[in-house]
Design a protein around this ligand. Structure first.
Ligand code: ARG
Length: 562
């Protein structure tokens, strides 16, 4: 909570019989400056005090005196507070410039494990994984920024029917070739080839099942083949993770933990926690808990996707003893995770507090950036495409040396992709439009990066640090608005972390950048008289810092020139 608000809350508390927390939660920050810098609505009090809200407000107006508040004005049922603008400017700017990249940090201290993007090892990462990775990385940063210890982990679902399909296709038609392209793409081609061939020869399905049984029995030749195929897929993923700048403290492999999952289920059945259905499958009875029953072990002894998740939850906890365990997985698995939570409960497994961070689908506009098959879009192709677009844009504006051009294109292209994807509410589906994302105007990453670069260029032109600062000089409406938005950054960062919603930071940055542009359009900086110029420069330095801090939370670079 900012210092001004704190003082007002304290002053109100003296007059009211509700807690400081309640007062603080009720306080608003009106967007119209005529309604004060802070406002306190009195409706809720009417129940407690038994007076009309308007009356309560006008009575409080006389009594409440808060530090740095120059006027308290009742307006209908609201009590509006006007703070000393000089103090507002001084407190806000000095705090930001002193705390720099730590401005907005919180003081939580939870241990949180976050798992993403957890691919299957039979094909390359696609557009959905892009959203997954960007979300996982940003939410990790948001939580860390609040002071939590965050541990990023990954899971490879590297066993099962899907991977046997790629293996079988390679065995039948691969002629022992080594990858002549990025290895996960090479594996993906065989998975696609299998699907094609299986259309004409449905009997291939039987061969896949045979292969799976052989794999489970540890047949040497099958294991050799599996090592090759899943190894290639994983190697390819590593390259993609690097492009996205993500690293994991630990990577789990389904092949290494699914067997213990079966043991847990068998033991729990013996203990009477689980039942058998009519066919003889071991199931968790969830109907009473409002969910469909779930098969955990088929009657032939084979496990399902859920079986491995039971043991995974357990070993994660053994590894990290975390307070909370987050899974970044698409909305299509909402039921799966609801069931997992209940099953962990039934089996009395210690796993920390589980949370499914569910994200929606991403589509591409028809006919653009198609993949080879024209349907799914590979993460690698997408990245390449957006960086190429950014490169064309940069070339129009500047003449740069090759290395510099590539670096700039990467910063802007990845920034565009990142921002566009993170500005939507997490569970919602949307269409990713590459051209729109890269534009300097509109709700885009480059729009924010450009505001940052504009401030950098003012400083470059001036060449000196602000020296004659006089906070009294900041009186314009656009300046006051900027100050107030700056002061809200810690709150936005906190809310975003608590709700796992990077888009709160995206929206915040748009508002801040728009307000900066508005200010810059209306007022002179370098041409203003010395002391006004320097004070405005200090304001701009604070804006630049907060843009950087916000972009960091979205893992977007802030180039000094666009
Ligand atoms: N590999 C799975 C998929 O692609 C996602 C795994 C998510 N994580 C988990 N612990 N179940 O659908």
């Amino acid at each position: 909570m900012d210092g001004f608000k704190q003082e007002i809350v304290k002053a109100l508390k003296k007059e009211l019989k509700i807690s400081e927390q309640e007062i603080s939660d009720l306080m608003e920050m009106p967007s119209n400056p005529e309604l004060g810098d802070y406002a306190f609505p009195c409706f809720r009090l009417a129940g407690v005090i038994k007076k009309a809200p308007n009356k309560i407000a006008s009575e409080l107006q006389e009594k409440v005196k808060a530090k740095n508040v120059v006027e308290v004005r009742a307006a209908g049922p609201y009590l509006n507070f006007f703070v000393d603008k000089k103090e507002l400017a001084k407190a806000t700017i000095e705090k930001i410039l002193a705390e720099k990249k730590n401005f907005g940090r919180g003081s939580s201290s939870k241990k949180i494990v976050i798992e993403y993007p957890s691919p299957n090892t039979n094909k390359p990462l696609h557009l959905g994984h892009v959203r997954n990775m960007l979300l996982g990385k940003s939410v990790s940063r948001l939580l860390e920024f609040q002071g939590n210890k965050v541990i990023q982990v990954n899971l490879n679902n590297d066993r099962g029917v899907h991977i046997c399909k790629a293996m079988l296709a390679y065995k039948l038609w691969g002629e022992g070739r080594k990858p002549e392209k990025k290895p996960d793409h090479f594996v993906g081609d065989f998975y696609v080839l299998y699907a094609k061939k299986a259309e004409e020869k449905p009997e291939l399905e039987e061969e896949v099942q045979t292969m799976l049984r052989k794999w489970e029995k540890g047949d040497k030749e099958t294991i050799e083949l599996w090592k090759k195929i899943s190894g290639w897929a994983k190697k390819g993923f590593e390259e993609t993770y690097e492009k996205f700048g993500i690293k994991f403290e630990k990577t789990y492999n389904e092949s290494e933990h699914y067997k213990e999952g079966k043991q847990i289920v068998k033991a729990a059945f013996k203990d009477g926690m689980l039942k058998k259905d009519k066919e003889g499958n071991i199931i968790a009875e969830l109907k009473k808990k409002g969910l469909p029953d779930k098969v955990l072990l088929r009657k032939d002894g084979t496990s399902v996707y859920m079986t491995q998740d039971i043991n995974l939850a357990k070993i994660k906890y053994k590894d990290f003893r975390m307070d909370r365990s987050i899974y970044v997985v698409g909305t299509e698995q909402i039921l799966h995770f609801k069931q997992l939570l209940k099953i962990i409960d039934i089996l009395k497994i210690k796993a920390g507090e589980l949370y499914h961070l569910a994200y929606g689908m991403v589509y591409l506009p028809e006919g653009r950036m198609k993949s080879r098959e024209g349907k799914v879009v590979d993460a690698d192709d997408l990245v390449e495409g957006i960086i190429a677009l950014a490169k064309d844009e940069v070339k129009k504006r500047h003449e740069l040396k090759d290395g510099e051009l590539d670096e700039r294109a990467k910063q802007i292209g990845m920034g565009a992709l990142n921002f566009f994807i993170l500005k939507y509410d997490t569970p919602k589906d949307f269409i990713f439009n590459p051209e729109e994302s890269i534009a300097l105007e509109g709700e885009t990453g480059p729009y924010i990066q450009y505001a940052h670069a504009r401030i950098c260029s003012v400083f470059k032109k001036h060449g000196k640090s602000p020296a004659k600062i006089d906070y009294e000089k900041l009186k314009e409406k656009e300046e006051i608005m900027l100050l107030k938005i700056l002061g809200r950054f810690p709150h936005a960062a906190k809310e975003a972390a608590e709700q796992y919603k990077p888009q709160i930071v995206s929206r915040y940055l748009l508002e801040l950048s728009q307000q900066f542009n508005e200010f810059y359009h209306q007022h002179q900086v370098l041409k203003a008289e010395d002391s006004l110029r320097d004070t405005r420069l200090a304001l701009l330095e604070a804006v630049r810092q907060v843009i950087r801090n916000g972009l960091y939370l979205l893992s977007i670079d802030a180039p000094e020139e666009m």
